[in-house]
Write a protein that binds this ligand. Structure first.
Ligand SMILES: NC(=O)c1ccc[n+]([C@@H]2O[C@H](COP(=O)([O-])OP(=O)(O)OC[C@H]3O[C@@H](n4cnc5c(N)ncnc54)[C@H](OP(=O)(O)O)[C@@H]3O)[C@@H](O)[C@H]2O)c1
Length: 240
């Protein structure tokens, strides 16, 4: 994978940071795109550079169309092309439907669906020029099942999975592989804040998710894996 060029969104923390570090270990050049906490992106950049990889960050709120487009342009100029797009940035929220403000629903749809849709649209022409193009969308087990208190989050991740399926059918003849990775509870800031009831013991770690991402990217054979579903230890198998 050495020399491939990748964009990872929301890589200032959690799963995105773990993916950036895993890519760095393989010698991939990385642009960290999007994220409102610039200091967190800087930390990830420094960690990635310690692995010897080329890295830059482009901070901003990707819900803003112009910010997203400017971040992409700068990232493309830095990388000089694009082989891998990891749509990871995401938001979650826990509340009953009747207590959920429409603003929360709109934010969830904006960050979890509209941003990956828009960024992929902007990046597609460059991915078409790659001989090894992959798009990986970090969905969730809630893209498959419905958990109480997560109606907005679940709706957004179902939509992201639908987008993933349709896009993969649209671009596979052009050699672009599109996958979803759908984890259950991962021990990151997101889950610490939104599900303080979950016991960290036996939870999925960000590195478990980055391993699955690397598996998809490294094993580019005739056997195509559309989606990887990852559930927590302690959950019944196949009960996402
Ligand atoms: N943790 C879990 O249990 C779990 C399970 C399944 C799926 N996932 C998915 O995994 C992905 C990563 O989540 P995580 O667990 O690693 O949580 P996290 O540490 O909170 O990471 C989410 C990242 O998304 C970025 N982000 C949020 N809103 C953004 C916006 N408007 N513009 C640009 N970036 C934005 C955040 O950056 P800033 O805060 O700096 O803006 C942050 O770095 C998400 O898509 C999430 O839905 C998580």
């Amino acid at each position: 994978m050495k020399g491939l060029k990748a964009i990872v969104t929301g890589a200032g923390s959690g799963i995105g940071r773990a993916i950036a570090l895993a890519l760095a270990k393989e010698g991939v050049d990385i642009a960290l795109v999007g994220g409102k906490r610039e200091e967190k992106l800087k930390e990830t950049k420094e960690l990635v550079e310690k692995e010897g990889a080329k890295c830059e960050y482009f901070a901003g709120d990707l819900r803003e169309d112009k910010t997203l487009e400017d971040c992409y342009k700068s990232a493309k100029a830095f990388l000089g092309g694009l082989d891998v797009l990891i749509n990871n940035a995401g938001l979650t929220h826990n509340s009953l439907l009747e207590n959920t403000e429409m603003k929360v629903f709109d934010d969830m749809m904006a960050v979890n669906v509209r941003v990956p849709y828009h960024l992929t649209k902007v990046a597609l022409a460059d991915l078409k020029n790659s001989k090894r193009a992959s798009i990986i969308n970090i969905a969730s087990v809630v893209a498959h099942s419905g958990y109480a208190w997560q109606s907005a989050y679940s709706a957004s991740k179902h939509a992201l999975l639908g987008f993933t399926k349709a896009l993969s059918a649209e671009v596979y003849k052009e050699g672009i592989r599109v996958h979803a990775v759908s984890p259950g509870g991962v021990f990151t800031d997101m889950v610490k804040i939104s599900r303080p009831d979950l016991n960290p013991d036996g939870m999925i770690m960000p590195e478990d998710v980055s391993s699955a991402v690397m598996f998809l990217l490294k094993n580019r054979t005739n056997a195509v894996i559309d989606e990887i579903l990852i559930h927590r230890d302690g959950k019944q198998p196949f009960m996402v």
